[in-house]
Design a protein around this ligand. Structure first.
Ligand SMILES: Cc1cc2nc3c(=O)[nH]c(=O)nc-3n(C[C@H](O)[C@H](O)[C@H](O)COP(=O)(O)OP(=O)(O)OC[C@H]3O[C@@H](n4cnc5c(N)ncnc54)[C@H](O)[C@@H]3O)c2cc1C
Ligand SMILES: *[C@@H]1O[C@H](CO)[C@@H](O)[C@H](O)[C@H]1NC(C)=O
Ligand SMILES: *[C@@H]1O[C@H](CO)[C@@H](O)[C@H](O)[C@H]1NC(C)=O
Ligand SMILES: *[C@@H]1O[C@H](CO)[C@@H](O)[C@H](O)[C@H]1NC(C)=O
Ligand SMILES: *[C@@H]1O[C@H](CO)[C@@H](O)[C@H](O)[C@H]1NC(C)=O
Ligand SMILES: *[C@@H]1O[C@H](CO)[C@@H](O)[C@H](O)[C@H]1NC(C)=O
Ligand SMILES: *[C@@H]1O[C@H](CO)[C@@H](O)[C@H](O)[C@H]1NC(C)=O
Ligand SMILES: *[C@@H]1O[C@H](CO)[C@@H](O)[C@H](O)[C@H]1NC(C)=O
Length: 506
């Protein structure tokens, strides 16, 4: 048992690196906000005095600092509004629009793009109170508020033996992940999180409330499938499709440095798997971690497969080269419960590019990363990881064949998203680590472009703040998004005032 606990501990340490750093206070000093913001904060306080949080209180620290995974995302809003209902958000949008005040919206707070989910000197709308969740067993759906995490969703569905397609770890927020796309273990059978949303309740920039479904506000419905947060409205309720999966088989495996090329080849083979009608839902979190103490790397696999067959067949290529492996039959809820990612963990930047599924290319990208990590090995608190994610042909097929589609418009081809996820300790190293990430990824991407194996697809959940995911979507889809934006937010409340994160340019 102790051995098992250590193994799980290792995998989690690999995922989450070290212990969370001690809480830091925001570095930006509170200054008198501009008159547009004072106008909005004053009117919000008059409209709903019990929902306003101002600087100087414990609640303010919770909202401005402690609710973000990335330390860099802690900022200093002039006031925080915590609405309890869609009507209160509607009132808030009217006030914000009439005062012309800059604002930000936060769901689960996991996006590590400073300014995407928080704001200096503006209004922060925090969705914590939207924690309603209703399972409808007869229609195989679950209605979820944007204050929920994926663990909340899996827990609610667990008694029914069902799962939703959401985040792979415990504490990721429902709204951000669903609006940007959503990588889950079962993408290869059911598509992405966005492909399984049946309806969205939305508050528009002018405060009007609409429900977008396939048959009502169909263009908005489509745009919310991968078009990101911040661009069309605030979603106050998602209705998600659920799937039968009363039992899952899980596998946690660890690999030594010499096994890493084989590990990456197995990831590429997994991306290529395509069994059509006979597809077994299965997927993973695959991570290669550099240990700054030992100056060596190791890899880890967290795999989940539907059903109760042991060992899980879809991970056989990994099992044959892992140094330690532990399989279990459990539920998705129980597995997710062990994979926490605490708030304010460290400063951390992501960057990713995409390639066609090619093992040789993936291994050479890894080798270049392995060598380049040495250039920043003196950065205090460094936690460098190389993370490949797969997009299998069947995952893209769902949107191609459901008559709805999504914003990504991917072809049915196996792709690998290769990501550098790099954590560090101090603000003094921000520019250095960001620049390292950016230059290395761009150099390697250029090589792949030259070889004709690059894809320009960018996933908002794995990207750096300087990357432009919209440039990687099909041009006609971006034009269609802009049409939706003009028709649902004609006065540009989101474009002008909610400018953080991955915003669609006008
Ligand atoms: C440790 C970790 C693990 C991850 N694992 C996965 C994974 O397994 N699969 C995957 O696909 N992604 C994963 N991600 C990426 C993750 O999906 C994104 O960071 C996502 O944005 C998180 O959602 P959130 O609600 O926590 O985000 P937030 O940071 O709260 O919000 C993200 C963006 O969405 C906007 N937004 C939030 N709520 C709403 C709303 N109700 N209406 C309109 N806009 C809104 C915000 O303004 C912000 O721009 C992971 C990220 C981390 C840090
Ligand atoms: C402030 O925090 C307290 C204690 O956690 C909580 O009960 C209260 O609802 C919070 N206030 C607001 C406006 O969210
Ligand atoms: C959900 O519905 C199924 C039939 O569709 C039934 O077998 C099951 O018992 C129900 N579960 C609960 C918890 O009501
Ligand atoms: C790095 O290796 C050392 C020595 O084996 C170990 O104590 C430490 O926990 C490792 N660090 C991580 C983040 O795994
Ligand atoms: C395992 O790898 C082989 C190629 O070496 C491939 O044909 C097979 O599909 C892979 N199996 C799985 C389950 O990934
Ligand atoms: C690393 O793992 C491989 C199996 O993939 C094994 O053959 C090799 O002996 C291991 N090396 C060390 C140093 O443990
Ligand atoms: C295996 O699954 C069971 C059932 O969910 C759970 O009680 C147990 O803790 C799991 N074991 C490990 C090592 O995760
Ligand atoms: C709000 O905007 C929507 C979309 O442009 C429009 O249909 C609606 O009439 C507007 N409502 C008000 C009250 O202006």
């Amino acid at each position: 048992m102790k051995y098992l606990a250590q193994l799980v501990g290792t995998a989690i340490a690999i995922l989450t690196y070290a212990t969370p750093s001690t809480a830091v206070t925001s570095q930006v000093e509170y200054v008198t906000p501009p008159k547009e913001v004072s106008c909005a904060c004053r009117k919000l306080a008059l409209a709903s005095p019990r929902r306003i949080v101002l600087p100087g209180s414990n609640n303010y620290t919770t909202q401005a600092t402690d609710s973000y995974w990335d330390i860099r995302a802690a900022l200093s809003p002039a006031c925080v509004f915590l609405p309890n209902s869609a009507d209160e958000i509607s009132t808030a949008m009217r006030i914000i629009g009439s005062c012309d005040a800059p604002f930000a919206v936060r769901g689960g707070g996991h996006m590590n793009i400073p300014g995407s989910n928080n704001i200096d000197g503006g209004v922060l709308l925090a969705l914590d109170n939207f924690n309603q969740i209703t399972v409808t067993n007869s229609s195989n759906t679950v209605a979820v508020g944007p204050g929920q995490t994926w663990y909340d969703v899996y827990s609610a569905l667990d008694p029914y033996g069902r799962v939703a397609v959401g985040g792979r770890l415990k504490t990721i927020g429902v709204p951000g992940l669903t609006l940007i796309g959503g990588f889950h273990y079962f993408n290869n059978k059911y598509g992405f999180a966005m492909d399984n949303v049946i309806s969205y309740d939305v508050v528009l920039g002018n405060g009007t409330q609409v429900t977008a479904t396939r048959s009502s506000h169909g263009e908005l419905f489509w745009a919310l499938k991968g078009g990101g947060g911040n661009n069309f409205g605030i979603v106050t309720r998602f209705v998600l499709r659920t799937f039968e999966a009363p039992r899952v088989t899980t596998t946690i495996q660890v690999f030594n440095e010499s096994a890493v090329p084989g590990f990456l080849s197995a990831v590429v083979e997994a991306a290529k798997l395509d069994d059509g009608e006979d597809t077994i839902a299965a997927g993973m979190v695959a991570t290669v971690t550099y240990n700054t103490t030992t100056k060596s790397v190791s890899a880890s696999l967290l795999g989940v497969q539907e059903g109760a067959s042991m060992p899980p067949s879809q991970f056989a290529n990994f099992s044959s080269i892992s140094t330690v492996a532990r399989n279990n039959v459990t539920t998705l809820k129980e597995f997710a419960a062990t994979l926490d990612t605490p708030m304010q963990m460290f400063r951390i930047v992501f960057v990713h590019k995409t390639i066609k599924a090619d093992a040789e290319a993936l291994i050479s990208i890894y080798e270049a990363w392995r060598e380049a990590v040495e250039q920043i090995s003196d950065v205090e608190g460094l936690s460098p990881t190389f993370v490949p994610n797969v997009i299998s042909p069947a995952a893209a097929r769902v949107a191609k064949s459901n008559g709805i589609g999504n914003v990504w418009g991917l072809e049915e081809e196996p792709l690998i998203i290769w990501q550098f996820s790099t954590g560090w300790a101090h603000a003094r190293d921000d520019l250095r680590v960001e620049s390292w990430s950016r230059l290395l990824s761009e150099r390697l991407h250029a090589i792949n472009q030259e070889k004709g194996i690059a894809s320009e697809f960018i996933y908002m959940g794995d990207a750096g703040e300087w990357q432009d995911p919209f440039a990687g979507f099909p041009e006609e889809n971006v034009a269609r998004l802009k049409t939706v934006q003009r028709s649902y937010d004609p006065s540009g409340v989101f474009t002008r005032l909610n400018w953080g994160g991955f915003t669609l340019s006008v």
